[in-house]
Design a protein around this ligand. Structure first.
Ligand code: NAI
Length: 258
């Protein structure tokens, strides 16, 4: 049985993942704003530093896996928080936990991306590059050009940046070479509080009209099962992959884009 850090473990897919791992006998160290082992605010550097350290302390410096599910949806008025949580809340924690993951020998990390990275038109490349360069003010200015409509771009650029960071890192000597498998899960429309918040904030039509070839919405429990699979020995040969779990939306919009 392993020890796993799971951010966003108080709700939605992070919670479903934590429940799934616990029910299979693993130890889970949840990180979130409430109702978990490590209560921390990942939108600030101090919160991230404290969260990373407390997890390492509780895990005894050895982690079999890490899952970064904490995230904020693209709701207006919080572009900065979206970038801080969705990008730095993943990168800073995983970089701090990397030695503990390496210490486990054969470990796994799963980052929550989003299918919005391919479905959102005109994701500002400048914002993506600024995040990868650790320049949040520049990233904010880049999405600020969209004015009141900036939130979806802040969201998609944060997810594209974290996906690119994960793919770059995954193949490096520090990750692949240290026996850590790092992959990205890119969900589509999944029934969680985050989705309900999007719908309540004017995205109802966009959510209902999005092409989902198999129809309906995904369930957080099914996503939790996928994450456990990505943490298992079955994923030993998976490295830097982006798995779209979206009922076919990405395939619909990018059918021949391969
Ligand atoms: P959720 O809202 O149910 O859970 C997200 C969790 O992150 C919450 O428990 C929340 O408290 C935590 N969180 C937010 N800000 C935080 C902060 N500053 N510090 C610590 N924790 C914080 O959302 P859901 O839907 O389960 O999302 C999980 C991941 O999947 C997110 O990264 C989201 O962007 C991504 N995603 C969700 C989709 C959906 O349709 N639900 C679609 C594509 C991606």
């Amino acid at each position: 049985m392993g020890t796993y850090a799971v951010t966003g473990a108080a709700s939605g897919m992070g919670r479903a993942t934590a429940e799934r791992l616990r029910s299979d006998g693993h130890t889970v160290i949840g990180v979130d704003l409430r109702d978990v082992e490590v209560v921390a605010d990942l939108s600030t550097p101090q919160g991230r530093t404290a969260a990373a350290a407390e997890v390492l302390d509780r895990a005894g410096g050895r982690l079999d896996g890490a899952v970064c599910a904490a995230g904020l949806g693209g709701v207006a008025g919080r572009d900065r928080a979206i970038q801080q949580v969705n990008y730095f809340g993943v990168v800073d924690l995983l970089e701090s936990w990397r030695p503990a993951l390496a210490a486990a020998g054969n470990s796994k990390a799963v980052v929550f991306g989003s299918n919005s990275v391919t479905l959102t038109p005109m994701v500002p490349e400048r914002a993506v590059r600024a995040l990868l360069d650790r320049d949040p003010e520049k990233a904010l200015r880049a999405v600020g050009r969209f004015g009141k409509r900036s939130a979806p771009f802040a969201y998609a650029s944060s997810k594209l940046a974290v996906t690119r960071w994960a793919r770059r890192s995954a193949i490096s000597p520090q990750w692949a070479g240290a026996g850590i498998r790092l992959n990205v899960l890119a969900p589509g429309i999944i029934s969680t509080p985050l989705l309900e918040e999007q719908i309540a904030h004017g995205e109802k039509e966009a959510v209902e009209q999005l092409a989902v070839p198999i129809g309906g919405r995904g369930k957080p429990e099914d996503v939790g099962e996928w994450v456990e699979f990505l943490l298992s020995p079955a994923a030993d040969f998976l490295c830097g992959s982006v798995i779209f779990l979206d009922g076919g939306s990405d395939a619909y919009f990018r059918t021949d884009d391969w």
